[in-house]
Design a protein. Structure first.
Length: 162
């Protein structure tokens, strides 16, 4: 009887773990800025991770961010629905040079619209027309101003080994 209970408990644990497969522990990278500030990055490199992004988070530390990695350079607007925190959004080219920025982008909180509710009332924030980005970096609102990040600046990004 004990053996059967252990087997059932093991199977239950495996099924719970399997159910969270799309919520794997985030890979970590690092971004170093011109003023010497270093930020630990969560990596969003799958469609599901990019769609989830920083949704439903209540805070983001000053030394933390999320790097969205796309398969190819393109024009990638970001929608703030279900994001609870204000962010700086930096669009980066394939050499990690800042090609566009949106600073202190406010969250979009609509009364009565709780996840998974989606509303067209939440605006999208896009890079400057004509720019192409391979990466998008989200940081705590005000980071770019506090650390003098400017368009044209290169960020030293280290990605996790794959």
């Amino acid at each position: 009887m004990v053996r059967k209970s252990v087997l059932i408990a093991s199977m239950a644990a495996a099924s719970v773990t399997a159910g969270f497969g799309d919520q794997r522990a985030a890979d970590r990278g690092r971004a170093a800025f011109a003023d010497g500030t270093a930020v630990t990055l969560e990596i969003a490199d799958t469609e599901a991770e990019r769609q989830r992004g920083l949704m439903l988070r209540d805070s983001l530390a000053e030394q933390a961010g999320m790097l969205f990695i796309f398969e190819r350079p393109g024009f990638y607007p970001f929608w703030m629905q279900n994001c609870r925190i204000a962010l700086d959004i930096l669009w980066l080219d394939d050499k990690f040079q800042v090609v566009s920025m949106a600073e202190s982008v406010p969250p979009c909180r609509l009364p009565g619209c709780e996840p998974p509710c989606a509303s067209p009332e939440c605006p999208s924030y896009a890079p400057a027309q004509g720019t192409s980005a391979k990466y998008v970096l989200e940081l705590a609102a005000g980071f770019a101003k506090r650390h003098a990040v400017k368009t044209g600046q290169r960020i030293d990004v280290t990605l996790p080994a794959r």
